[in-house]
Design a protein around this ligand. Structure first.
Ligand code: DAT
Ligand code: MG
Length: 148
């Protein structure tokens, strides 16, 4: 089953909306297989955002994502990578539709509440960066039969 890496950024943790964000993915019908509150070390932040190394905002991005704890998660489900991105909304909250997480909770691109993998390759890479194999849990919910 498809998996994605999602993370409530430091602004979301500080603003007490971890629960609301988790609730959206739970209610959608996705399956939580790993989660932890953590402080990202600078080196991990630089690796995670490696694709943006040459961008002018890279330094700010690393400073922001390491500015306080994040809530890192792995979610599983049919088409979860693309659908989670749709539920997050556009990167810049000013372009994010109402009803999306960024549309409902955020104002500015520098503090846009949530990260989500953008492809199968980045999901695999990011899950590997943030979680050890043994931190991901395999379990059944009888409710899954009512979703799929
Ligand atoms: P996303 O988080 O939607 O995958 P991205 O990978 O293009 O977006 O960029 C990573 C993060 O970098 C994004 O969530 C916020 C920040 N960012 C992107 N573009 C920016 C910009 N023009 N100025 C400042 N920060 C930016
Ligand atoms: Mg991205």
């Amino acid at each position: 089953m498809e998996k994605t890496f999602l993370m409530v950024k430091p602004d979301g943790v500080q603003r007490n909306v971890i629960g609301e964000i988790v609730a959206r993915f739970e209610k959608k019908g996705y399956h939580l297989v790993g989660a932890k509150l953590m402080q990202i070390p600078t080196e991990l932040a630089e690796q995670h955002y490696g694709e943006h190394k040459e961008r002018p905002f890279f330094g700010e991005l690393v400073d922001f994502i390491t500015s306080g704890p994040v809530f890192a998660m792995v979610w599983e489900g049919e088409n979860v990578i693309l659908t989670a991105r749709q539920m997050m909304g556009a990167t810049n909250p000013k372009d994010a539709a109402p009803g999306t997480i960024r549309g409902d909770f955020a104002v500015t691109v520098g503090k846009n509440m949530i990260h989500g993998s953008d492809s199968a390759e980045s999901a695999e890479r990011e899950i590997g960066l943030f979680f050890k194999e043994e931190e991901l849990v395999t379990y059944e919910k009888t409710m899954n039969n009512w979703v799929n």
